[in-house]
Structures are given as structure tokens and as C-alpha cells.
Write a protein that binds this ligand. Structure first.
Ligand code: DGL
Length: 267
């Protein structure tokens, strides 16, 4: 697919669906003059339950597509893809690539006093051990829990419902005493309310969207004075209307949404 790219040195951001918009929003708050291309692989979401090799294949195809669009950096705004595919993308891409795992780990280490840290994420992220290995290497005691239903409850627009709190209570019921909890999935920042209520006010919630945006922002020069506001183009592999609808939960989509056949993303 050839796109007349009207953007100025955009940064590419991708996720399996709408969840990565939380990372895009955090990036845009810090880099309001920067252009972005967001790719939501909504035809193939969720990644969290798929075999790692399949997720690596999807992520590779998407990275090649975005690099072909001339992005100046690539943000893997998906914990599952970051957990299993980031090393391959870093090796393959001609531009810097960031995932959401290392910034989240760094922030959790900064936040904990006791050294007892929890992490919640998709089945794929937790099974990969990506968070656990990094935290343990820094001497942390780690409690990790996969919470597969939480993505669905957010996608259904029920993030602020009693049902969401019941699910959060279920998943957090086995936790030991921790003082920091990594929200290791792009959808979970939307569940901060119920998660904080269940975990207790003393537990610091680590939102990897915010810390990732800080890391990426630090890698680029600030925009010159008088720059025009940045623009965003979204590509979605599934139904653009459904993408816009689901994205309302996350504050909506600002900018054009273009349908992209999955066949364009062959890895
Ligand atoms: N974006 C995924 C993540 O952060 C959650 C949704 C999915 O399973 O694809 O892990």
C-alpha cells in the first residue's frame, strides 16, 4: 500500500488494538508538535492469548510497514508484543525501537520501598517472564498474575463498572504484601480506579504508558518554537468504525483512521 505521507518525521506506535492509544496519548501530551502514525492490529487482537511465535511474526510485519512509511522511531505500545518481539524488532529496524516493559520495570523499582513488586498482564506477557526476569535481576521479590478477562471488560466499555471491580478483586486475591503494582497491559490504565480500590491506597500503580512516553520523549530534540501542532494518522486492520467506537472508552480518536488489509503486513 502506498500512502502519500503528509507527516513530518512521524513516530510509529503500534498495538494489537485500541489499548496502545493510552501510550499514544501519553506521547502526545509530552510531544504535542510531533506527528505520529498509530497502527492498531484490530483484525488480529487479542495478542495476549496467541503463541509467542505468532506475535513475533505480526510485530515484525507491522514494524516493516511502519519503517517503510519513514517513521523516525518505533514504539511497541503493547506489552505482549514488547515481551516477546522487542529484541527482534530492535535488531531489524533501522530506527530506534522502544517497548513498554523496561520503562515499567524502571518506574516500579523507583516506586517500591519494600522491594516487593506485583505485575499484572495478559497470559502471553506473564508467561514470557519478561517483567519477572528484569525485576528479579534487580533484587525484587515479584508476584505476577495473568488477568485475561480484563482486556475484554475494557473493550466492552465496562472499565468503571461493579463487574470490573469483581474481576480485579478475583485476580488480585492471591497477592502477597506488595507496595508497587505494574499495570503490564495497555488496557489496564483504564482500570486504575478499581485496581487502586482493591489493591489499597498504599500500593503505587505503575502505568507503563506514562513512563514509556517519558523515555521516548527524552530521545528526541524538543520541537523548535512556533512549530505547528502534531498530527496523527491511524491505520487499523479491522473495522475502522468499530475502532472508533471502542476507542471512545480511551477518550476517542483524534485524526484520520485508514483501513489497512492484514495482507499488507506480511512479516
Ligand atoms: N495490547 C495488549 C497488551 O498490552 C493487550 C490486548 C491483547 O491481548 O492484544 O498486552
Amino acid at each position: 500500500m502506498t500512502l502519500q505521507n503528509p507527516l513530518r518525521q512521524p513516530i510509529g506506535v503500534f498495538d494489537s488494538g485500541v489499548g496502545g492509544l493510552t501510550v499514544l496519548q501519553a506521547l502526545r501530551r509530552r510531544m504535542p508538535y510531533r506527528d505520529f502514525i498509530y497502527l492498531g492490529d484490530t483484525a488480529r487482537v487479542p495478542y495476549g492469548r496467541k503463541p509467542p511465535e505468532m506475535v513475533v511474526d505480526f510485530a515484525t510485519g507491522i514494524a516493516d510497514f511502519l519503517c517503510g512509511m519513514g517513521v523516525k522511531g518505533l514504539v511497541v505500545a503493547c506489552n505482549t508484543a514488547s515481551a516477546v518481539a522487542l529484541p527482534k524488532l530492535v535488531e531489524r529496524c533501522p530506527v530506534p525501537a522502544w517497548g513498554v516493559i523496561d520503562p515499567g520495570v524502571q518506574a516500579a523499582i523507583g516506586a517500591t520501598v519494600s522491594g516487593r513488586v506485583g505485575v499484572i498482564g495478559t497470559k502471553g506477557t506473564i508467561a514470557s517472564g519478561a517483567y519477572q526476569r528484569r525485576l528479579e535481576a534487580k533484587g525484587m521479590q515479584v508476584w505476577a498474575q495473568a488477568c485475561p478477562m480484563l482486556v475484554h471488560i475494557v473493550e466492552e466499555g465496562l472499565a468503571d463498572s461493579p463487574e470490573a471491580e469483581i474481576l480485579v478483586r478475583h485476580y488480585l486475591s492471591g497477592r502477597p504484601e506488595i507496595d508497587a503494582l505494574i499495570l503490564g497491559c495497555t488496557h489496564y490504565p483504564l482500570l486504575k480506579g478499581p485496581i487502586q480500590r482493591v489493591a489499597g491506597a498504599a500500593v503505587h500503580l505503575v502505568d507503563s504508558a506514562e513512563v514509556t512516553a517519558e523515555t521516548v520523549n527524552a530521545a528526541f530534540e524538543p520541537a523548535p518554537a512556533g512549530s505547528a501542532p502534531g498530527r496523527v494518522i491511524h491505520f487499523v486492520t479491522g473495522d475502522p468504525v468499530a475502532f472508533g467506537h471502542t476507542a471512545k472508552v480511551i477518550g476517542g480518536v483524534e485524526g484520520e483512521v485508514i483501513s489497512l488489509p492484514v495482507a499488507e503486513l506480511a512479516g
